[in-house]
Design a protein around this ligand. Structure first.
Ligand SMILES: *Cc1c(COP(=O)(O)O)cnc(C)c1O
Length: 428
């Protein structure tokens, strides 16, 4: 494959955009080389600026669960755009999408729309603190909840990719209220409750982690968190920005059968436009301004174009719940095929998958938390990423990111991906 034009575009971008990108992981820093610039996308494929067609396994980092340029979403956005793009006043559409979210998601009465997953998580913590009157939160090493200060403590994903788990600019004062625990380790959580009685407002977690690769929770882990929160009158926040409307209409709450107190959403919810949301039962949500005292606002929150895209997305998912099962089958087919090839080759690997999320780590030890995720062989990962890219398959350019399969991927696409994988393994 040729990448001359992408390289030239990256050169120009670096002069006017920090690192040439508007979000760090796009820059290929952990895999080396020059990022691929996209010209357009349709269904399961990306078309880059050099005329290459790539099978896409990142789906815009999750949102494009129905594939790119899905007609009903495009139509909804075009139709809405003709009526103006923002008013700063309420629209009926906002109530319609809120009603649909409340219907699809278990255990919520009200939802507030924001513009990103970062905003959703940041606001959910303010809400938890305001509601409980407590200051501390527990987060898990390797879980990512957006880039707001309180979360940039071993934050997985981009922050991990760049070896800067604690970003400069985050103050000690902020960091001291974030207590760090280990994913899949209830004892590490119990100790915090013991050491900080009646100080912990909430536990925030990716119920199925996706920002240190895909790491499903062990049996009993999330149930254990629920129990701690009940015992200590703390709130359980499920960050479902990645898992919401991806694992099931009811997200991880539904697939794990555990109810959290506050949920955050983003990615799929916006249908490819910038949307986040947080939601809870009425008694909690009523603490928010203008009804309650906890302030939260947004000039473009509930933006009509974004709501139109999100409404079209959720309507489709609500009417076609079989999508989630289909995605799971496709993901399993990909996982099984990759495992068969890896076994033949005999190189160390761990392949985790859950629903339509998957990740491959080149390491001997099971990847169950951040500590084990960082053991992966990154040189091998670089080879793998570029080997697959050369063969027309676009994977996440970091071992700490999950693949997100989409409904537009056909059986043939999975088969060609497996052929590319086999071919790459042979080249080693
Ligand atoms: C992507 C992500 C976020 C942040 O969302 P943005 O829209 O990028 O701000 C938060 N939490 C999780 C679990 C995510 O995957």
């Amino acid at each position: 494959m040729r990448y001359q034009r992408s390289s030239a575009l990256f050169q120009s971008a670096q002069k006017v955009i920090p690192g040439g990108v508007n979000s760090p992981v796009r820059a290929f820093k952990s895999v080396g080389g020059s990022p691929v610039f996209v010209q357009k996308a349709k269904g399961a494929y990306l078309y880059d600026e050099d005329g290459n067609q790539l099978i896409d396994f990142i789906s815009s980092w999750g949102p494009m669960i129905l594939g790119h340029a899905f007609e009903p979403i495009l139509e909804a956005v075009k139709d809405r755009a003709d009526r103006g793009t923002s008013y700063g006043m309420p629209t009926e559409l906002e109530t319609q999408i809120a009603e649909l979210v409340v219907k699809m998601v278990p255990n919520i009465d009200k939802v507030r729309m924001v513009n990103s997953g970062t905003e959703a998580c940041m606001s959910s913590v303010r809400l938890a603190r305001g509601y409980t009157g407590r200051e501390k939160i527990i987060k898990f090493a390797g879980c990512y909840h957006g880039h707001s200060d309180a979360f940039l403590i071993q934050a997985g994903s981009g922050a991990t990719t760049f070896g800067a788990p604690n970003s400069p600019g985050v103050t000690q004062g902020t960091a001291k209220d974030t207590l760090l625990a280990q994913f899949n380790d209830l004892e590490s959580v119990r100790l915090h409750f013991e050491q900080h009685p009646e100080k912990i407002a909430a536990i925030i977690i990716e119920p199925v982690a996706g920002n240190m690769g895909c790491i499903p929770p062990r049996a009993g882990f999330v149930e254990g968190l629920r129990k701690f929160c009940d015992e200590h009158q703390s709130l359980l926040i499920f960050d479902e920005v990645m898992t919401g409307f991806r694992l099931a209409n009811g997200g991880a709450q539904e697939t794990l059968g555990v109810k959290a107190d506050i949920m955050t959403y983003g990615k799929v919810l916006g249908g490819g436009l910038p949307v986040g949301a947080f939601a809870a039962r009425e008694e909690i949500m009523n603490y928010l301004a203008p009804e309650g005292p906890i302030y939260q606002a947004g000039t473009l929150s509930g933006n009509p174009l974004a709501m139109a895209a999100g409404f079209a997305m959720l309507t489709h998912l609500n009417d076609h719940e079989d999508i989630f099962e289909r995605l799971k089958i496709k993901t399993k087919a990909l996982a099984d095929g990759m495992i068969a090839e890896l076994e033949k080759k005999g190189i160390p690997y761990q392949l985790n998958h859950y629903g339509s999320m998957l990740s491959l780590h080149f390491t001997e030890k099971p990847v169950v938390n951040f500590e084990t995720a960082v053991l992966g062989n990154n040189d091998r990962f670089k080879q793998y990423f570029h080997g697959m890219l050369d063969r027309g398959v676009y994977l996440p350019p970091s071992a700490f990111e999950s693949y997100f399969l989409n409904d537009a991927l056909s059986e043939e696409d999975i088969a060609s991906t497996l052929l590319a994988f086999e071919d790459w393994l042979k080249s080693l």
